[in-house]
Design a protein around this ligand. Structure first.
Ligand code: DHB
Length: 310
């Protein structure tokens, strides 16, 4: 039984797409709903349509991926209309709506719009887009993060999560968890891409993507240990009331198992979904079932957050 409970909601399994992959259009979102995924999250929206950065802006690599999309998206009304229409249909799970303003004011304006709508799912405030030239990631500025959350919770009354970038120092986990624990957050989603990597092709002596001279967010196998570290470090520090979505580096059912063992309640798939398409969820749910059966585990709760130390 792969069923996953998350803040009083139940999903058929813990798997979903990572925002930014296969979730730009209603066609792609419908394909996710038709897949074996437990639920979905929409592409991070700005208030209005954005074209994003020049192409090529995503490249699949032997060990993962690099991207600098630059927030191309159809605009908040497009994704809000989609989730509002779907949430009234039978057999549609609780949905996740991602917002990522270019400024704090844009974030607040979008949150106000979602708050005033009938949306009954989870809203994810993305504080970790590394790809808009000249705009540093909010979540690497701890003062700005606290200000953002102060303002957000003054006007937003629905379940809210935040998408975080990877942190690399235990002192950062302490500081960020202390900030997050002050708020009635439904969840955190960790990690976003490892920002501003640089892939170099030695044959052609070039970078792999066009924006920002080739610097872009890394995903896939490159980032799995960093993702697991962030899931586990936050699970050790956050209030029990704050759930965790583990994202980063999932290629197999064993990787999903590792995220849950580290403390994840749900697990997102980005790079591997981009490679394989939505059929990846049938494989991953089967592989997760197989790993659990081998270990004689019957439910996710039999091993969630049960990582052993040496
Ligand atoms: C984009 C990339 C991200 O990692 C993110 O969190 C939001 C947007 C992008 O480039 O579109």
């Amino acid at each position: 039984n792969l069923s996953a409970t998350f803040q009083n909601h139940t999903f058929a399994n813990p798997l979903m797409n990572a925002s930014g992959v296969h979730c730009y259009t209603t066609t792609q979102l419908d394909e996710l709903l038709a897949s074996s995924a437990g639920t979905l999250v929409t592409k991070s929206a700005t208030m209005a349509y954005r074209q994003g950065n020049p192409k090529p802006r995503y490249r699949s690599l032997a060990l993962g991926s690099i991207n600098s999309m630059g927030l191309p998206n159809e605009g908040l009304p497009y994704y809000l209309d989609y989730v509002l229409a779907k949430q009234t249909q039978a057999d549609v799970p609780t949905l996740f709506l991602s917002v990522a303003g270019i400024s704090m004011q844009e974030d607040l304006d979008m949150l106000a719009q979602v708050d005033q709508s009938d949306f009954n799912g989870f809203t994810e405030l993305n504080l970790s887009c590394p790809n808009v030239p000249g705009k540093p990631q909010v979540a690497y500025d701890f003062e700005a993060t606290e200000k953002m959350l102060d303002s957000a919770f003054k006007l937003f009354h629905k379940p809210l999560g935040v998408k975080l970038p990877p942190y690399f120092d235990l002192a950062q986990f302490d500081i960020v968890a202390k900030i997050l624990n002050q708020y009635p957050l439904a969840y955190i989603n960790t990690i976003n891409s490892v920002g501003n990597g640089l892939y170099i092709d030695v044959d052609s002596e070039t970078v792999a993507i066009k924006p920002k001279g080739g610097f872009g967010g890394l995903g896939g196998a490159y980032v799995l240990p960093t993702a697991l570290a962030n899931v586990h470090a936050f699970r050790q520090r956050l209030n029990d009331s704050i759930a965790i979505i583990g994202t980063g580096g999932v290629q197999t059912g064993a990787d999903v198992f590792a995220h849950i063992l580290a403390g994840a309640d749900l697990v997102q798939v980005g790079t591997q979904l981009a490679k394989d398409g939505p059929d990846v969820f049938a494989r991953l749910t089967q592989e997760l079932s197989d790993v659990m059966a081998q270990k004689d585990y019957h439910n996710l709760s039999d091993f969630k957050n049960n990582l052993k130390e040496l």
